[in-house]
Write a protein that binds this ligand. Structure first.
Ligand code: AP5
Length: 214
C-alpha cells in the first residue's frame, strides 16, 4: 500500500495520516515532521530549513528528494508507506518516477482557503510525534496535553495568518499542478486517484478513506 496524501496546508493530511497509519500499520513519511525534527535536533539540515519554513516557503527540491529517498529505502517501508507533504512540486513527483517508486493511491483532501485560515488558528501539535489536534474540531482528551504522552502541546511557528496565506499561495502555484499530473498518471496506469471533501468532519473523511482502502 503506497499512498500519497495531497492537499493544501491545513487540509487535514497529517490528521488522516494518523488514522491510516494506525488502521493499516504503514509508516507515515511526513517531510514537514522530518524537517521539524532536524530543526529541533539542531542538525545542518535543520539550520538550513528553519528560516525557509518559518517564512512559509518551500525547502529545495534536491534536499527533500534526498531525504525521502533515504527514508523509503528503510526496512519498515517494504510493505508500503504513506507520503504526507511529498511530493509538493512537479520535480519532486518526477524524481519518484526516475527512482522507480510506484504509487497505488493518490488521495486528495480538498478544503477552501478561507476555511483553512480559520482552522490553522486552532491547531495544536505534539512536537515529539507530529500528532495533531484542533481546539474545537479535534480536541485532546486533556486540554493542552498530548493524548499519548501527556506532554504539552505547541503552536507551530508557521501557523500565523500571514504565513498561512503565503503557504496557500505557494500551494496553488507549485503543488496544485500535481492534481492534474496525478490525474493523468491515474488515467494511464495502476494508480488510483480519489478526491475527498475535506470540510466534512475528521471521522467522516476517515470513514471514506477506510472504504477506499478496505
Ligand atoms: P508540512 O508540515 O507538510 O505542512 P503542510 O503541508 O503545510 O501541511 P500541514 O501540516 O500544515 O497541514 P495538514 O494538511 O497536515 O493538516 P492537519 O492534519 O495538521 O510542511 C511544513 C513546511 O515544511 C512547508 O511549508 C515547507 O517549508 C517544508 N516542506 C515540507 N515538505 C516539503 C516538500 N516536500 N518540499 C519542500 N518543502 C517542504 O490539520 C490542520 C488543522 O485542522 C488541525 O488542527 C486539525 O486538527 C484540523 N482538522 C483536520 N481535519 C479536519 C476536519 N475534517 N475538520 C475540522 N478540522 C480538521
Amino acid at each position: 500500500m503506497r499512498i500519497i496524501l495531497l492537499g493544501a496546508p491545513g487540509a487535514g493530511k497529517g490528521t488522516q495520516a494518523q488514522f491510516i497509519m494506525e488502521q493499516y500499520g504503514i509508516p507515515q513519511i511526513s517531510t514537514g515532521d522530518m524537517l521539524r525534527a532536524a530543526i529541533k535536533a539542531g542538525t545542518a539540515l535543520g539550520l538550513e530549513a528553519k528560516s525557509v519554513m518559518d517564512a512559509g516557503q518551500l525547502v529545495s527540491d534536491d534536499l527533500i528528494i534526498g531525504l525521502v529517498k533515504e527514508r523509503i529505502a528503510q526496512d519498515d517501508c517494504v510493505k508500503g508507506f504513506l507520503l504526507d507533504g511529498f511530493p509538493r512540486t512537479i520535480p519532486q513527483a518526477d524524481a519518484m518516477v526516475a527512482n522507480g517508486i510506484e504509487i497505488d493511491h493518490v488521495i486528495e483532501i480538498d478544503v477552501p482557503d478561507e476555511e483553512i485560515v480559520k482552522r490553522m488558528s486552532g491547531r495544536r501539535v505534539h512536537s515529539g510525534s507530529g500528532r495533531v489536534y484542533h481546539l474545537v474540531y479535534n480536541p485532546p482528551k486533556v486540554e493542552g496535553k498530548d493524548d499519548v504522552t501527556g506532554d504539552d502541546l505547541a503552536i507551530r511557528p508557521d501557523d500565523e495568518e500571514t504565513t498561512v496565506r503565503k503557504r496557500l499561495g505557494i500551494y496553488h502555484e507549485q503543488t496544485k499542478p500535481l492534481v492534474e499530473y496525478y490525474g493523468k498518471v491515474a488515467a494511464e496506469g495502476n494508480t488510483q486517484y480519489t478526491k475527498y471533501d475535506g470540510t466534512q468532519t475528521v471521522a467522516a473523511v476517515s470513514e471514506q478513506v477506510k472504504q477506499l482502502l478496505g
